[in-house]
Design a protein around this ligand. Structure first.
Ligand code: ATP
Ligand code: MG
Length: 243
């Protein structure tokens, strides 16, 4: 059974009387353990799609199922619970809480989910160690580099073992080296079974996934399976030729 399934997803934003049709009938299926990139130009609806998958917003029409839950039909409070337990989200702008330490930022979703503080702390230490941040526990986000902040955000997104990890242009604010580091980490978590949906406008970023869906003007227009990681330059050339 797919872990994410959308049917005929539409989203119309209304601002100042004008309607913006951001999604025009998106059908997406993601199987457990997949690493999917949705690639398309600015304004094509990528962030809108991720927000609907995460239950951060509701579709105008259509259905979203995540891990069997009908996200489109849940109340705001039920969606909040789903977000904490089922979905991890990584944003382009990191979105860490500036007056909490690294450890407290990572712990927060675990504590909000009602888990025992000792379990959350153990899990957080394990994640920070793995992400090369063991010595940054008591540091505040403002004292970290962009790459470090995004790795903290990744730890925060993974603390509750989410069924799906959603990443919105996760390397958009990073230099090439820190960006590649974050993408390699995503690839490693995928290889251990984590389901990931990433959205990006950049072929280089999409090349880290195993399936790329191309999006234009609120619709999926084509898709492509990528081979095992390795021949990155050939994959990139192919993505560039389609982009
Ligand atoms: N809250 C909103 N109110 C009104 N229009 C919106 C809102 N959010 C997005 N839009 C519009 O919907 C369309 C899709 O936006 P979206 O943010 O999903 O694009 P995107 O593919 O993520 O772009 P980018 O690559 O620049 O992040 C755009 O035309 C955008 O202006
Ligand atoms: Mg966006």
């Amino acid at each position: 059974m797919p872990i994410i399934e959308t049917h005929n997803l539409h989203k119309v934003y209304r601002s100042n009387g004008a309607a913006v049709h951001a999604l025009r009938g998106v059908d997406l299926q993601v199987e457990p353990g997949e690493f999917v990139a949705v690639m398309g130009p600015s304004g094509c609806g990528k962030s809108t799609l991720l927000h609907l998958l995460a239950g951060l917003d509701l579709p105008t029409e259509g259905e979203v199922f995540v891990d069997g839950h009908p996200v489109h039909a849940l109340s705001e409070s039920r969606r909040a619970v789903l977000r904490r337990r089922t979905v991890g989200f990584v944003f382009q702008a990191f979105n860490l809480i500036p007056n909490l330490t690294v450890a407290d930022n990572v712990d927060l979703p675990g504590l909000l989910a009602g888990r025992a503080p000792v379990d959350v702390a153990r899990e957080r230490d394990r994640l920070l160690e793995r992400l090369g941040l063991a010595d940054k526990k008591t540091t505040f986000p403002g004292q970290l580099s962009g790459g470090e902040q995004q790795r903290v955000a990744l730890a925060r997104a993974l603390i509750n073992h989410p069924t799906v990890l959603l990443a919105d242009e996760p390397t958009g604010n990073l230099d090439t080296r820190s960006g590649t580091e974050v993408l390699n980490l995503l690839r490693q978590f995928h290889q251990e079974g984590q389901t990931i949906v990433l959205v990006t406008h950049a072929p280089k970023v999409a090349s880290f996934a195993r399936r790329v869906v191309f999006m234009r003007d609120g619709r999926f227009v084509s898709e492509m399976a990528l081979p095992e990681p390795g021949d990155a330059s050939r994959i990139l050339a192919e993505l560039l030729s389609i982009a």
